[in-house]
Write a protein that binds this ligand. Structure first.
Ligand code: ZN
Ligand code: ZN
Length: 118
């Protein structure tokens, strides 16, 4: 299902093969807005390495038990070629993300409702 101009719900589906999004829940629309803004700021397509995680998969990958990924409010964005993680981090900030995490592979962004930085 198309969520916005450049993102489809399949991109947010759980990677464990369980069938995707949390039962009855959807991906937070504000998260999709933030990702669209980041894409516009950076000027490149964004690839999500992780969106929604079912609790079992979250446990499997060592996510914290209250990870935003199990609520459909977070996405991990892979670093595109030619873009630095610092630029991605700044774009996430500018795009209005609540939680932003810096990693060598890219950034975690979420819309948890309060600011968080790491
Ligand atoms: Zn799963
Ligand atoms: Zn994450």
């Amino acid at each position: 299902m198309k969520l916005s101009e450049h993102f489809d719900s399949s991109e947010f589906a759980c990677k464990c093969g369980c069938g995707g999004l949390r039962n009855g829940a959807d991906i937070n629309p504000r998260l999709v807005q933030v990702l669209e803004r980041m894409r516009a700021i950076l000027g490149v397509p964004l690839v999500l390495s992780c969106g929604y995680r079912c609790p079992a998969h979250n446990y499997e990958v060592g996510g914290v038990s209250n990870s935003q990924h199990i609520y459909g409010t977070a996405a991990d964005v892979q670093k595109p070629d030619g873009v630095s993680v610092d630029a991605m981090y700044a774009a996430a900030e500018q795009a209005g993300a609540d939680g932003i995490g810096w990693y060598s592979w890219g950034v975690h962004v979420d819309v948890r409702g309060c600011p968080a930085r790491w």
